[in-house]
Design a protein around this ligand. Sequence first.
Ligand SMILES: [Zn+2]
Length: 169
Amino acid sequence: MRGKSGKRKAESGKRKAKKAKAESGLPAVARRAKAGKAETEMMMELRKTFQFEAAHLLPHLPKTHKCRRLHGHSFKVEIVVGGECHPKLGWVMDYADITAAFKSTWEKLDHHYLNEIPGLENPTSENVAVWIWRRLQRRLPGLSEIVVAETCQSRCVYRGAEERRGRPA
Ligand SMILES: [Zn+2]
């Protein structure tokens, strides 16, 4: 995980270099955009993965269920943002902006006992995903999906349908 995190940082550095290049001389994507090609309307999806360590128990399960006992996970959270590629910069957004938007939420989760967090009294992966979504939706335009994995084999995906239904198109 640490290795992956380092790679992401390297990618962020590359993006900064790309940004500088985009501002000085137009990259290929922007040249095609100027020529009126479809690249300006490319819908893209960015996925960035984070990890946090936390303890929890699921209080509504029978005492015989293993998840009723206090235990911990290395949770993984994938934040997905969709949008159009900027015609000049050639990206949807800076990955570093996703990290910045998630920072205060990550700090509330990492190395905490989730049941003590207001709104997470029943901290299933599903409820953690909804809780993260609600904290992020105003900070991260284009947020389209939150994935919460509590083990390598088990993960839950939330796409915010509940909130979207009430929104104007
Ligand atoms: Zn668990």
